[in-house]
Ligand binder design. Structure first.
Ligand code: ATP
Ligand code: MG
Length: 374
């Protein structure tokens, strides 16, 4: 693959905070950015040279995007696959749009993992709900096949009769056995077209109400498990022929050995649990993604110091603008705000990164969060 010359323009499909950080981290490499979002003023639009705000089936927007960009990539995996495929006739799209067919639909993603022999949560197509429940047993989680994020479109099935009360989910659903895990992990890696892979230290995630609350990196777990997690994620990236950064979310069941890891989901893009790399690692996941899609060499993934990333959700604004002075005074804390105007509960507004010895657990990060509240 020929490398993208400095001064070339990278097109981002989607315009959220991931796109914003991709543009901010790609700029020092000399690239320019265009984003395509659905509404004006989204986080990435504020930092890109050109931003389009139009439905993804808008023909004029597609032409403008294709004319303005030298390569296109995704900051969001729910871009219509048909649009990505149409764009690929006019310019390189990385990763290749076909990956969307596999990852956008939870059931197809699970079948892909199964075909390749990757261990995962037991699952069944919920098109025939009673049979699916019979096969898996309770407790289960019913998840919509498409457009789920932050635990949206998910229903816990714990008691008899609960499944029949769940409203019909448009586009179908998957039933998954609820896993009793010890820890949730994620592996962030980047893969290049020639098969090179660069993997970051495995991270440990804490979720609340289906939303990622915090990430600790490196994860506190046996080295052999971290190695197995990294190898598993690399094998998935290889099977997908992915190009760019990818995240693999895993459940660690708590024991030792390879069979202790189950795949929860794959995100073919930069990921919230990889935000720690921006600040804690030699190369951020955002720069790494740009390097991979631009055909530049891999950057070092070495981590300089322990990191704790904590998401700033909309409810933090309940009493007014949080007390940023509390964290801005700290040499070991970095504040990232995404430029979102409306702090709705559960909405990811920004994150804090705590670095150094205080980042080995979440105590200090939690007290910082409490101190921010008015
Ligand atoms: P996101 O896109 O934000 O990662 P999502 O809406 O796609 O989230 P999942 O990753 O499937 O959702 O689930 C969100 C969280 O719910 C998981 O990180 C985990 O904490 C919990 N969860 C999901 N599936 C299971 C399961 N089968 N067993 C136990 N916990 C689960
Ligand atoms: Mg998830």
């Amino acid at each position: 693959m020929k490398s993208l010359r400095p001064g070339a323009t990278i097109g981002l499909l989607g315009a959220g905070q991931l796109g914003r950080m991709l543009a901010l981290e790609g700029a020092p490499l000399g690239y320019r950015f265009v984003c395509w979002g659905q509404a004006p003023g989204e986080p990435a639009a504020q930092v890109c040279e050109l931003s389009l705000a139009a439905p993804f089936d808008d023909e004029a927007a597609r032409r403008r995007f294709a004319e303005s960009c030298d390569v296109a990539t995704f900051e969001w995996e729910n871009v219509p696959a048909a649009l990505a495929k149409r764009l690929a006739k006019d310019l390189p799209v990385r990763p290749a749009p076909a990956i969307l067919d596999t990852v956008q639909d939870r059931l197809i993603q699970r079948r892909f993992l199964k075909e390749h022999g990757f261990a995962q949560t037991p699952f069944a197509d919920a098109a025939a709900p009673a049979a699916a429940l019979e096969r898996l047993g309770r407790p289960c989680i019913l998840k919509s096949r498409r457009h789920g994020y932050d635990g949206k479109g998910q229903f816990r099935i714990e008691k008899p009769g609960e499944l029949s009360k769940v409203p019909a989910l448009p586009g179908g659903a998957v039933l998954e056995r609820r896993v009793d895990f010890k820890k949730e992990l994620s592996v962030i890696l980047a893969r290049w077209e020639n098969g090179d892979v660069a993997t970051y230290p495995v991270a440990e995630n804490v979720h609340e109400n289906g939303i990622l609350r915090a990430t600790l990196a490196p994860a506190r777990l046996p080295a052999e498990i971290a190695q197995a997690a990294a190898a598993l994620a690399a094998a998935i990236a290889e099977a997908l022929k992915h190009v760019g950064v990818m995240a693999v979310e895993l459940f660690w069941l708590g024991g030792s050995g390879k069979d202790q890891l189950l795949v929860n989901e794959i995100a073919p893009r930069v990921h919230n649990s990889g935000h720690y790399t921006l600040g804690a690692c030699a190369t951020s996941q955002f720069e790494q993604h740009i390097r991979a899609i631009a055909g530049l060499p891999p950057g070092s993934t070495s981590q300089r110091e322990p990191a704790a990333m904590i998401n700033l959700l909309g409810e933090l604004w309940a009493g007014g603008e949080p007390r940023w002075d509390v964290v801005l005074a700290r040499p070991d804390v970095r504040l990232h705000l995404y430029g979102k105007a409306q702090p709705r509960p559960g909405r990811k507004m920004g994150h804090l990164l705590l670095l150094g010895p205080a980042a080995r657990d979440l105590k200090e990060a939690d007290s910082l969060l409490a101190a921010l509240r008015r």
